[in-house]
Design a protein around this ligand. Structure first.
Ligand SMILES: Cc1cc2nc3c(=O)[nH]c(=O)nc-3n(C[C@H](O)[C@H](O)[C@H](O)COP(=O)(O)OP(=O)(O)OC[C@H]3O[C@@H](n4cnc5c(N)ncnc54)[C@H](O)[C@@H]3O)c2cc1C
Length: 440
């Protein structure tokens, strides 16, 4: 019996297992196992809309077990990959048994995490937009700031409470800023102590333009539209630190240092592969697993990588592909095809990729899209975004729920209830209990 172990239940991992299930269903000698930290696939393109409350939290996550029905699923955090012994171990906790699994073939699709480029104060004090928890935290934070500002008498403190800084002018940053601006505009009617002109949303970007990858025309449309909507965009501005109150910046043209005062900074300025890969013995470059044109790890036949954690080079440009969900799925399909070929003694195929286009929503029912060789902007691009991304939500029931959320958002007022976290802190409780035991 051959065992294929797939690590990571994101776009790449889930797509790979979906394809493998199809291709290998008649071959009872192959077992597919997926290991992932969460038991759901997170549909990241809609994450900023969870932060703004347009979409309900649970509607952008799809339980993995409902998508991959013929594979075995382990919910757990991968601790170590040993490609020499062909073993993968999963962390154990006081509540969860750690396991070690043998594999014949391995697919590494562990994605990425936020990159703070070693700036510890930023990591400690800023918000992120990468996980479901991040989106809910940002929404709670924004509402909390409005609650506090409504009764604040000190103008300086109020200004800082009402300034929201998003760092990063890529997809995640721009879509987050657009959504937050819309949320703030709608929520303000409930806060009579806050005037609209007191609220500021800023985007800081180190590059000379936002949304790199789009044509200059579309990027500048997006920028102008957002500025008209009240968002301030500061280009060629690098963030060098944030202590929770003060953002240290550097103008990259003049070299001049600057300061901004805010309680809320959302960092979306880069991703890096997860530590499990950086710690591994695989060949890596900038933390990503180096793979060949078949997406196989250099020096380890039978081990493949796909998605944000794989470093595969675009032969047309000689540079690594930009990390996107679209690329992750395309790579996953090729990996599944090559695994099928390897198991059945056929020759593998090289990975080739031509992006089908890209789109972004920028708030106020506007977007930009570069699809089918056309550049589209404004409400048509926004509608296109909604149609295309809705069709990409993996399950029918979640597609319907997202559509209903959008209808509800168009008809009713935004919900400004701030739900506090209700997470269980069992590990801490264990610690306290031990200390009490010792004391007795
Ligand atoms: C806000 C935002 C908006 C985006 N919008 C777009 C967009 O519009 N279009 C687009 O194409 N792309 C978009 N992206 C990028 C896209 O989300 C990523 O490129 C894509 O998720 C990569 O897929 P992946 O499978 O490699 O990684 P992921 O989807 O991140 O999946 C990795 C999986 O591995 C799991 N994992 C990680 N470490 C471990 C471990 N040690 N043990 C067990 N499991 C682990 C994670 O829990 C996760 O399930 C966006 C990203 C963000 C953050």
């Amino acid at each position: 019996m051959a065992r294929i172990v797939v690590l990571g239940g994101g776009f790449a991992g889930v797509e790979c297992v979906k394809q493998l299930q199809r291709g290998l269903s008649s071959n009872s000698d192959t077992e597919i196992v997926m290991i992932s930290e969460d038991n759901f696939l997170l549909f990241t393109p809609m994450l900023p809309q969870v932060a703004s409350g347009t979409i309900q939290t649970r509607n952008i996550v799809m339980p993995i077990r409902t998508i991959i029905k013929k594979a075995r699923f382990y919910e757990g955090r991968v601790k170590n990959i040993d490609p020499v012994a062909r073993k993968v171990s999963v962390w154990g906790t006081p509540e969860k048994r750690g396991v070690t699994l043998d594999y014949d073939y391995l697919v590494v699709a562990l994605g990425s995490e936020t990159n703070f480029f070693g700036m510890g104060d930023l990591e400690a004090n800023s918000f992120q937009m990468k996980t479901l928890n991040d989106a809910v935290s940002v929404r709670n934070r924004v509402i909390d700031m409005l609650e506090q500002a409504d009764n604040e008498t000190d103008p300086e403190v109020k200004r800082s409470l009402l300034t929201f800084v998003v760092v990063g002018g890529g997809f995640a940053g721009i879509e987050t800023a657009g959504e937050l601006n819309d949320l703030l505009a709608d929520a303000l009617k409930h806060y009579p102590g806050v005037r609209p002109k007191e609220v500021k949303v800023l985007v800081l970007e180190a590059l000379p333009s936002i949304l790199p990858g789009f044509s200059e025309k579309l990027a500048s449309f997006a920028q102008n539209r957002m500025v008209r909507g009240g968002i301030r965009i500061m280009l060629r501005t690098a963030v060098t630190g944030f202590d929770g109150n003060e953002v240290a910046t550097k103008d990259l043209d003049t070299g001049k240092a600057g300061r901004l005062y805010t309680k809320t900074l959302i960092w979306t300025a880069g991703v890096t592969p997860v530590n499990t890969i950086k710690r591994s013995i695989f060949k890596t470059e900038r933390g990503k697993m180096v793979v060949d044109e078949y997406l196989e790890a250099e020096g380890y036949p039978g081990v493949f990588a796909a998605g944000d954690c794989a470093r595969s080079v675009d032969p047309a440009t000689g540079r690594p592909y930009a990390p996107t969900a679209q690329l992750a799925e395309a790579q996953a399909k090729r990996v599944a095809g090559n695994l099928n070929a390897a198991i059945n003694g056929r020759s593998m195929k090289k990975f080739s990729y031509s992006p089908r286009g890209q789109m972004a929503v920028i708030g106020k029912r506007a977007g930009i899209a570069s699809v089918f060789g056309l550049n589209i902007q404004g409400i048509i691009a926004w509608m296109l975004w909604r149609n295309i991304y809705l069709s990409k939500v993996p399950t029918f029931s979640k597609r319907v729920r997202v559509a209903l959320d959008w209808i509800e958002d168009a008809v009713f007022d935004r919900d400004i209830a701030r739900l506090k976290f209700m997470g269980k802190t069992r590990l801490k409780e264990y610690g306290t209990l031990n200390q009490v035991d010792d004391f007795w």
